[in-house]
Design a protein around this ligand. Structure first.
Ligand code: ZN
Length: 418
């Protein structure tokens, strides 16, 4: 395949040769080399893989235990008694109780994995009380969500026993949409302070966003992650609270450029589409696998119909199995979206060296430059830092007059003259 490149299109040689000439003339910055991973970082990577296996095992074991011990059905029936046998109240109450029990059972592991470990690595600075409070708020939000929306699939199972899975997924699309919007607007500000970006950072963000036709972009600073939250008119760029301390202005420009790709190309809508399709497949699995499981184990489960509110752990189990099965595919898509956000950021800012140095700076005890295959397939939402450094080093089509991938999305600096 590579031979055709050399043989048939000699014109292609011009670009790299021109680049070489520019490089020799000093117009192209020197490449940033990929740091070598330390033994400590490699050991931590193995530890994280182990944590991943334990976390996923727990996510399967907890609903399976509720199901096969019959305890889930007993709690569900007790909830039914409490609300005088009213069906939808039973679904709401059992949903809330199940969410709470699940959170309590997962708490020791979550504390180790999501508080102690990042704290020991210096990635988290809040106290354990504050962390617990955040967990509490999340559980309450999940309980309220369950109480508000869980009745929908159960009502549809009754109405349309054959096609309920498709109707339920369609009915939950606006719900997912609602959650994607209310989480950043109302839930996250309960535990994190967000303030509008100011000074040079705000000016840079405004200038870059204006190139992409969004002069009134909302840019907030807060939390410990840079991201794009919300959908449509609630869309906002959220920048890490420590960004000004951690990154140079050139690196901040690249970071904003990367995030603007998620904003401009509506990556959150893609997430909504993927979640909706997965919901439909999950409900369908529940319909198929659920019936099979019930035919075989209904005596152990303590219920014999999919529309019994006690079937919630079965639904959770089916969804978890599905999620695990599609994780590699989903992450591959995620990494593609992130790789393209890097490309977009480079096209918009031309901050290649700053970006490569930024990624090189992230390589350390907590993050590998070149993770192993298990991590890449099952855990990584972004391309490896080594890959990101290499892309920042080598992607600069504007230097050689080659077409830009995102020239239609924004007024990219290299495409100005065309
Ligand atoms: Zn991103």
């Amino acid at each position: 395949m590579r031979l055709t490149f050399a043989g048939r299109r000699p014109g292609r040689w011009l670009a790299p040769m021109l680049w070489l000439a520019l490089w020799a003339a000093g117009a192209v910055a020197a490449e940033v080399s990929v740091p070598i991973d330390s033994a400590k970082a490699i050991a931590l990577g193995h530890e994280m893989n182990l944590y991943w296996v334990v976390e996923k095992s727990l996510a399967l074991l907890i609903p399976a235990a509720f199901l096969f011990s019959g305890i889930g059905a007993r709690i569900s029936h007790a909830c039914g008694h409490l609300v005088g046998g009213r069906r939808y109240a039973t679904v709401a109450l059992f949903g809330g109780v199940y969410a709470l029990l699940n959170a309590l059972l997962s708490l020791p592991f979550n504390y180790l994995r999501h508080y102690r470990l990042p704290f020991s690595l210096g990635l988290v600075h809040e106290g354990p009380g504050q962390w617990l409070l955040g967990q509490g708020v999340t559980v309450v939000a999940v309980m309220i969500t369950a109480a508000l929306f869980l009745w929908i699939p159960y009502a549809l199972i009754r109405r349309s026993p054959r096609w309920w899975w498709a109707w339920a997924a369609a009915a939950l699309v606006p719900v997912v949409l609602f959650i994607l919007v209310i989480k950043p607007l109302w839930v996250d500000p309960l535990t994190t302070v967000y303030r509008p970006a100011s000074g040079a950072m705000a000016l840079q963000a405004k200038a870059l966003a204006a190139r992409c036709g969004i002069p009134n972009v909302t840019v907030l600073v807060g939390g410990d992650d840079s991201t794009v939250a919300g959908l449509g008119p609630t869309n906002r760029v959220v920048l890490d609270q420590d960004l000004a301390k951690q990154e140079s202005m050139a690196q901040i420009r690249f970071t904003i450029g990367h995030e603007l790709k998620h904003y401009v190309l509506g990556d959150n809508w893609k997430a909504l589409l993927i979640i909706s399709v997965l919901l439909a497949i999950g409900f369908w699995l529940m319909q198929r696998l659920g019936q099979l499981a019930l035919a075989r184990w209904h005596a152990r489960f303590g219920f014999d119909r999919v529309d019994d509110p006690a079937s919630l752990p079965l639904l959770v189990l089916c969804m978890t199995v599905l999620w695990l099965a599609v994780t590699p595919l989903f992450l591959a898509l995620d990494r593609h979206i992130e790789r393209e956000a890097d490309r977009f950021g480079l096209e918009l800012t031309h901050e290649n060296t700053a970006a490569a140095q930024l990624f090189a700076g992230w390589v350390g005890d907590a993050e590998l430059a070149e993770p192993g295959r298990f991590e890449r397939i099952f855990r990584d939402t972004h391309p490896s830092l080594g890959e990101r450094i290499r892309m920042a080093n080598s992607y600069h089509p504007w230097l050689t007059g080659e077409p830009l991938r995102y020239a239609d999305a924004c007024a990219m600096p290299g495409a100005d003259s065309r």
